[in-house]
Design a protein around this ligand. Structure first.
Ligand SMILES: Nc1ncnc2c1ncn2[C@@H]1O[C@H](COP(=O)(O)OP(=O)(O)OP(=O)(O)O)[C@@H](O)[C@H]1O
Length: 250
């Protein structure tokens, strides 16, 4: 398997059936492998639509998303599916199953061998502090525990590019800290992280590159430190409000 070089989004638009306006408009973006890339924007900005298209769950209305390898080939089909991981905003787990059973089930969907699933599951259960509840049904877990199970499921197959839609929403400080520390570790080990968040402090600290999206358009994009310097602030919250305004979004 060749290493991934970057993902290229070219002139991408998305209009949902029956909608009067584009949910994403003229998106052009290149994300190099190895980044911790943050997609930020108010409610309804288009973040989930964008990562759903990047993961191949949703078709764009026009334009393209292409993954390139370091030897300049395009990655497609099963080969692409195997290198992408997605951790959705909603819990994508079976509440009647335990974390271990969920991991077995989702690992099998990626055609992983049983021994491989068991080994990887053990690792993830320990790292994410789920060992003690590994055989209990997930349905009764706290929000933070469910988030950690959700994360383990999304990375059971050791993806090279990991998409996370608000991975720290509704969790306590401890779980948030554990999740961010783990994501940093994955990135150090070579996983590209593309994530959405509404937490400006967290994004400023975590992401080395950011794109601010509003009304389906990219308002600003760049390395975190450069973006802040260009806009004359050291605070992402201020930059966000300056670019997206103060009015409520529905
Ligand atoms: N399945 C759908 N059908 C029609 N419109 C949709 C659909 N999904 C999203 N939209 C619309 O597309 C726009 C972008 O939504 P999206 O969920 O991508 O935004 P978001 O930035 O992820 O928002 P949030 O921060 O609230 O999760 C919104 O106007 C939303 O109403």
């Amino acid at each position: 398997m060749s290493e991934i070089s970057h993902v290229d989004i070219l002139d991408m638009h998305k209009r949902y059936p029956g909608a009067m306006e584009d949910s994403l408009s003229q998106i052009n973006m290149k994300i190099p492998a190895g980044r911790k890339f943050g997609l930020l924007g108010p409610n309804g900005a288009g973040k989930t639509s964008l990562i759903s298209i990047m993961c191949g769950f949703l078709e764009p209305s026009s334009g393209s998303v292409t993954y390139y390898t370091k030897d300049k080939r395009e990655l497609e089909g099963r080969a692409l599916k195997n290198v992408i991981g997605f951790v959705p905003q909603e819990y994508a787990l079976y509440g009647e199953l335990s974390p271990r059973q969920n991991l077995e089930y989702f690992g099998a969907l990626y055609n992983m061998r049983k021994g491989e699933i068991n080994k990887r599951s053990e690792e993830l259960l320990v790292i994410l502090g789920l060992s003690e509840v590994a055989d209990k049904p997930c349905g009764s877990f706290s929000g933070g525990m469910k988030r950690r199970v959700n994360l383990a499921i999304g990375i059971i197959h050791s993806p090279k590019i990991l998409f996370l839609d608000e991975p720290t929403v509704g969790v306590d400080v401890q779980s948030k800290h554990a999740i961010i520390r783990f994501l940093n570790q994955l990135n150090i080990e070579g996983t590209t992280i593309i994530y959405t968040s509404h937490h400006m402090n967290e994004a400023q600290e975590f992401c080395d590159e950011l794109a601010l999206i509003d009304h389906g358009k990219v308002m600003a994009k760049g390395m975190t430190t450069d973006l802040l310097a260009q806009h004359g602030t050291d605070d992402l919250h201020t930059l966000f409000i300056n670019l997206t305004g103060e009015e409520y979004r529905n």
